[in-house]
Every structure is written in C-alpha cells, then in structure tokens.
Design a protein around this ligand. Structure first.
Ligand code: NAI
Length: 476
C-alpha cells in the first residue's frame, strides 16, 4: 500500500499545502499493467557521433516495440548549443511543444575520453525539462575493463557518477538507470535489450540510480521469450518464504510471467503458504530452508510434481535486531542459518545437480538488502548475512556459468511490508523518505526485479546485485 502521506500530498488540499510549505512531494509511481504502453510518451534517443551505430540499432529495436523514437545524434558539443546559451542550435526534434518525453535514452558506447561526453550530455538539459512524470532516463555505455587506458577509464567510470547524480535531480517519479556493456556484449545483445525494456518500463518503478552490466552469455542459453508478456512460459520456479510479504509478491509475479511456481515456507506459515500457492495455481512445499536436505527436497518436489526446475528464488529471511553490545548467540546464529547458510546449502545441491548434467540454464536470485551494502545500526547479524549473500552470488555465478546458469541478488531498500510496519513511527517516516523517490517501495517492485533477472533473456546478467531502493541515500 502507498503510505498515507504520499496519498495526502497527491491530491486536493494536501497537494496545495505541501507545495506552499515546500514539503517533500513523493509521486504516485506508475506500476506495470498488462497492455499499458511501455513508456508514458515518445523516446528521445541521444548519442554522440562515435556512439551513433549502437544508437541506431537500439532505435530500430525500440520502434519494433511500438515506441515513437526521435533521434538526436550530435556530431560534437559545438554542434549543439551556441556559445553562452543553453539553447540548442537546432530546434528540439519533432515531438510537438506540449509533448513530454516518456524516456530519454543516452548512448555513450563510443566515448574514448572524458571530453567526448559533452556532445551527448549537453543535448540533455532542454530535453530533461520535458521529461514526463514517471519518465525514464537510461544510459547505455561500455563497462570499464582491466587494461583500459587512463583516459578511456576516466570516461567509462565517469558515466557512473554522472548517472547517479542525474538520478538525484529527477522529480515526479522519474528515474535514471544505466546499462553497462562488458566484454563483447554489444548494444544488440538480447540481455541488453531485455535490460533496456525493463528499465524503460513501469516494472522498474523503484529502481533508481542503478546499473545493470551485460556480459556475453553462451548463446545456447539466451532463449528468446515466447512473448514479452510471458517470458517465463513453461518454466518452473521455486520461491522460498512465499507465505507472505515480498515472497508472495514474487510468486505472483513469476506466475503472471508464465512460470509454474513452487511456494516454500515453514509449516507454521502453512495457511499463508496455501493461500499463495492457490492464488498462483502452483504447489506448496512446507519446508524449513535450514533443513540439511532442503536442496534435495526442493529438487525432488519440482521434478516429481512439475518435471523440471528453472528458477530458484532465495527470499526467506529473518530479522533479530540488537546492538552488537547486546547480541546473544540465538539472535546471531538464527539469522546466519536462515539468511545465508541455508542459501549456500541449497545452492550446493543445485550445483551438484548441474554438474551431473541435470540442471542446465538454472537462474538463482537471492534476496540481499541495502543493510548488507551500507550497514545499519542494530543489524550486525543481518548486515553480515546480507553482505554474505552479495558475496556468494558472485562466486556462485562463476560456478553456474559452466552450466549456462546465472546467479544474481536483489537488494531492497525500505519496502512496505509487515516487517517494516513494525518500525516505530518516526524512524519509519525517516527511512521511507531517505531516497530519491521519497517513499517506500512496494513488494511488487522487488518482485519485478526478481522476475526480470529470472527471465531467459537476462542470461547475460550474472553475479550482480541490483538495488531496488529508490536510490536510497545510504551507500558506501
Ligand atoms: P517477511 O518476514 O514478511 O516474510 C519472510 C517469509 O520467510 C515468511 O513467510 C517466513 O515464514 C519465511 N521464512 C522465515 N524463515 C524461514 C525458514 N527457515 N524456512 C522457510 N521460510 C522461512 O519478510 P519480507 O519483508 O517479505 O522480506 C523478504 C526478504 O526480503 C527477506 O530475505 C528480507 O531480508 C528481504 N528484505 C526485506 C526488506 C523490507 O523492507 N521488507 C528490505 C531488504 C531486504
């Protein structure tokens, strides 16, 4: 549920008062609806000369998605604005004056030194003034690599600071995210296109100021989805901790995308578990993920009931917050057992099956947390486990690669669930507003990121942690 303050400042008197007093005015975020347009208006495609071939290719693809794409390819920065003005030398392309951009896609793959960025970047100020509420900025650039010359490294790293700063400037629910192309992965790689579509869409409502890196994946495992609406058609997915909260939202979203879902939770949560399993037309498996044979039981259930296993989402997690000065063994050990040791043990069973040739192309998505990135007072145990999830995800991705699989993590920030509803009022308000979108995310926002990473086209995205935090102001 959207919080009361956000609802209040978005209508009538509340809107006027908040405006007058200069109070934060979090926007009502656009969320995915089947059949709704991908973006809220036409797409402005901006590129410097060296990036134009990649931009043209992306433009073709986006037109194929039914988007109205307007190209603005700038030969050099001097082409764009007469000296001493912000105005363009050439008029703003096509779209009528009242038309707002649904998205601005900036292609920077051709940068070879920092000075090159000016051409495309200085084409943005006027366009940004016409970015629609809920609009998107997406950069597509080349990932820094070992051996880059200093000037090339400066340009490629520069995109990171540029994008994260721009994301903090956007308002009215607009977001900015980037795609980094690594190795031989190009603009037309299926995972680049899948990432672009995800970042343009309402599915990425609470993803802000983040990057997705696309690596060349074994072509054999980059399946085309049958449709963009049902990318998981014919797949079998397991979701742990599915009885409620984020886990239930993940189960529903994977089912919406076509997967048959096995819902796992402890016997004590049996009622909620049955409710989720029924809602998604899947099966329920009552299982404590800390059981030594949890991995084998998950595999056996998926195979016996559904004939295969394609996706495992490690969502089950617990909190036992205490300052370290007051920490006891039960609080520490239970959090470690559920949040990280269980994932590791289940993954060992899955990897053993992959090595026997029984599980090709497996996708694992694990729930981390921004507490595992920035730390959080009272959460040394939780932060330890969530940072551990980020660590084992990279290591597991390397092992799964040989079997066409991928492992990624999603790190939610403040999400409106039963867990966060129990935080006292004042710290809850502070935590909820401390991000660029000035609100908490919804369980479905996390679920959309998980579903994207689980989808066949995301094969080139592996070993990564995607934050779903509205660009939470905490960070390293
Ligand atoms: P929740 O407490 O509402 O749901 C967790 C589910 O996991 C429950 O259904 C519970 O029964 C199940 N579970 C717990 N221990 C289990 C075990 N040993 N075996 C099987 N199932 C078990 O939590 P919420 O908020 O939905 O969080 C889901 C995940 O997202 C967790 O990993 C959490 O750490 C993570 N997360 C949540 C954030 C938030 O703001 N809500 C922020 C960052 C991360």
């Amino acid at each position: 549920m959207t919080d009361t303050y956000t609802l209040f400042v978005n209508k009538g008197l509340g809107k006027t008062v908040a405006k007058k007093l200069g109070l934060p005015r979090p926007a009502l975020l656009r969320r995915y609806k089947s059949g709704a347009p991908l973006t809220v208006g036409p797409v402005l495609l901006v590129a410097d000369a060296a990036s134009t071939p990649d931009a043209r290719a992306l433009g073709e693809v986006m037109r194929g998605w039914g988007l109205d794409v307007v190209e603005r390819f700038v030969a050099s920065s001097t082409d764009r604005a007469p000296e001493g003005t912000n105005g363009p030398r050439t008029p703003e392309p096509s779209a009528p004056a009242e038309q707002r951009w649904g998205a601005i896609v900036v292609v920077l793959t051709g940068l070879s030194r920092p000075a090159d960025a000016a051409a495309a970047v200085l084409a943005l100020p006027d366009a940004l003034k016409r970015l629609a509420p809920g609009g998107r900025v997406v950069t597509v650039s080349t990932a820094p690599a070992d051996g880059d010359a200093p000037a090339l490294a400066a340009a490629r790293h520069g995109v990171d600071g540029f994008l994260r700063s721009l994301a903090k400037e956007l308002r009215f629910g607009a977001t900015a995210n980037g795609i980094l192309l690594a190795g031989d992965a190009g603009a037309e790689h299926p995972s680049t296109l899948a990432a672009l579509r995800f970042l343009l869409s309402a599915k990425s409502a609470f993803v802000d100021g983040q990057f997705l890196t696309v690596s060349p994946a074994d072509a054999a495992f980059v399946d085309s989805p049958r449709t963009w609406e049902k990318p998981l058609d014919g797949r079998v997915a397991v979701v742990t901790g599915a009885a409620r909260g984020i886990g239930a939202a993940i189960a529903k979203t994977l089912a919406r995308d076509g997967a048959t879902v096995v819902c796992v939770d402890v016997p004590a949560a049996g009622e909620g578990l049955a409710r989720t399993a029924n809602a998604v037309g899947g099966t329920a498996l009552q299982l404590d993920v800390t059981a030594p044979d949890a991995g084998e039981r998950i595999l056996a259930h998926a195979r016996e009931r559904h004939g295969r296993l394609d996706v495992v989402v490690h969502n089950a997690g617990i909190l036992r917050d205490k300052l370290l000065a007051n920490m006891d063994a039960t609080r520490w050990e239970s959090v470690v057992a559920v949040n990280v040791e269980a994932q590791l043990r289940i993954n060992e069973a899955l990897l053993a099956a992959a090595e026997r040739g029984e599980l090709d192309g497996l996708r694992i998505v694990s729930l981390a947390s921004t507490s595992g990135i920035a730390g959080n007072r009272g959460q040394t145990n939780y932060g330890f486990t969530k940072a551990g999830v980020i660590g084992h995800t990279t290591a597991t991705a390397a092992l799964l690669a040989a079997h066409g699989g991928a492992a990624n993590a999603v790190a939610p920030g403040f999400i409106e669930t039963d867990m966060t509803a129990h935080i006292p009022f004042v710290p809850r308000q502070v935590a909820r507003r401390a991000n660029s979108l000035q609100q908490g995310g919804q369980p479905v926002d996390v679920a959309e990121a998980v579903a994207f990473l689980a989808s066949p086209l995301a094969a080139g995205i592996t070993g990564q942690t995607l934050r779903v935090c509205g660009q939470n102001l905490v960070g390293r």
